[in-house]
Design a protein around this ligand. Structure first.
Ligand code: ZN
Length: 136
């Protein structure tokens, strides 16, 4: 997996755990991501250095405000794309996740602003999850 993609994947899963009020730890992440605890630890260290996460021994991992903002942006991109695929392109909801996983990594604020605009500010994705309200 490409580096940025992997980083964004982690942030997205951490965001999901946080929204579900679940404990964010090396072992919980290792479980949801299906990777070893040592890979998780390595990535957490990198994300801490990048000032996206806070982590201390015996404490839960948490977002910095910068990390939370980035995670919300990635999740919003993913969910907006899913909604776009269903509403505009007439995909079946069960077929949109894998496509959104690819498109969410496009680095074009203009693209996502346009998608958001075309969906006239809708707030819920096709799976019933709220779309974080972010400015692209
Ligand atoms: Zn999805």
């Amino acid at each position: 997996m490409k580096k940025t993609k992997e980083k964004e994947h982690y942030l997205k899963e951490i965001y999901r755990l946080e929204m579900a009020n679940e404990l964010i730890s090396v072992s919980s992440l290792s479980k949801v991501l299906g990777v070893s605890k040592s890979s998780v630890s390595n990535m957490i260290k990198k994300l801490v250095v990048m000032n996206l996460l806070n982590s201390a021994p015996y404490k839960a991992i948490e977002f910095t405000s910068e990390g939370l903002e980035l995670a919300r942006t990635i999740v919003a991109k993913h969910r907006l794309i899913e909604l776009f695929l269903v509403e505009v392109m007439a995909f079946e909801p069960e077929n949109v996740h894998a496509i959104a996983e690819e498109i969410e990594h496009i680095e074009s604020p203009a693209f996502f602003r346009k998608v958001k605009q075309m969906l006239s500010q809708r707030k819920i994705d096709p799976h019933g999850s709220p779309i974080p309200d972010v400015e692209f």
